[in-house]
Design a protein around this ligand. Structure first.
Ligand code: ZN
Ligand code: ZN
Length: 244
């Protein structure tokens, strides 16, 4: 897998970082892992063609993680005019909320004929879902319940990518990350705050239990961004590319 961090910021774009969006390229599908509102700017600034994306995988239905979907669809219908099929896979209610958001942002957008097949997949927790040949297992996490939050474990070609989405520490992160080749962990806080996000101290203490081969931090607050030189774990930044 080749992973390009397109957006590594929080909902406030702290540090000038774009909201969450990660491109995962495999020898099968190319997918976006979350789709923050700056998705088109992030892709096009790097000469990456939105029309080459096969699927969008969503961890939860907060704006900084799925707010870019209507823009992506508008581009697909009116901009780059894609023909390639598109799958959007996310938690329960993904389709109704994406449709509602699209209608609010671009009234009438759903009345336009799309030149490509669009498929929604709503994934139930703790079972494996086949998304275009990727095995995707959502794990329930501790974040705003109304956003239907999950962490995602993605397996393909013998490689495992785990992504926490947004969450406080919860025991489901252990099976999520077990033996993963790469764990992308949100790390909003430096010290525990117990408010729906992970922190560096807790995450560091739990690393032996998580047993991931590599960990990269993302979705950091201004407090965490100010400490990236002091911490021992690898951090993401917009534009970072890794292979696993
Ligand atoms: Zn977030
Ligand atoms: Zn969130």
């Amino acid at each position: 897998m080749r992973i390009t961090f397109l957006g590594t910021g929080d909902a406030f774009s702290s540090g000038g970082r774009l909201p969450t969006c990660i491109l995962v390229e495999t020898d099968g599908p190319r997918v976006l892992l979350d789709c923050g509102p700056a998705v088109l700017a992030a892709l096009k600034a790097r000469d990456l063609d939105p029309g080459g994306i096969d699927a969008i995988l969503l961890t939860h239905l907060h704006g900084d993680h799925f707010g870019g979907v209507p823009f992506f669809l508008l581009d697909a219908i009116l901009g780059s005019v894609r023909s390639r099929p598109l799958t959007i896979a996310g938690p329960p209610e993904t389709e109704v909320r994406v449709r509602a958001l699209g209608e609010m942002l671009f009234p009438g957008v759903w009345d336009r004929e799309a030149g490509f097949p669009l498929t929604f997949v709503e994934m139930s927790p703790e079972s494996a879902h086949d998304v275009l040949g990727l095995s995707v297992i959502p794990y329930p996490v501790d974040h705003s319940p109304a956003a239907n939050p999950a962490a995602l474990r993605i397996e393909h070609g013998g490689k495992v990518l785990a992504f926490t989405g947004d969450t406080s520490w919860t025991e489901t992160l252990i099976p999520l990350a077990r033996d993963a080749d790469l764990l992308i962990a949100e790390c909003y806080f430096f010290l525990p705050r117990g408010s729906g996000h992970l922190d560096y101290k807790t995450l560091s203490a739990k690393l032996p239990e998580l047993a991931a081969k590599r960990v990269i931090l993302t979705h950091m607050s201004p407090e965490m961004l100010a400490k990236t030189d002091e911490i021992s774990l690898e951090s993401a930044y917009d534009g970072k590319v890794v292979e696993t």
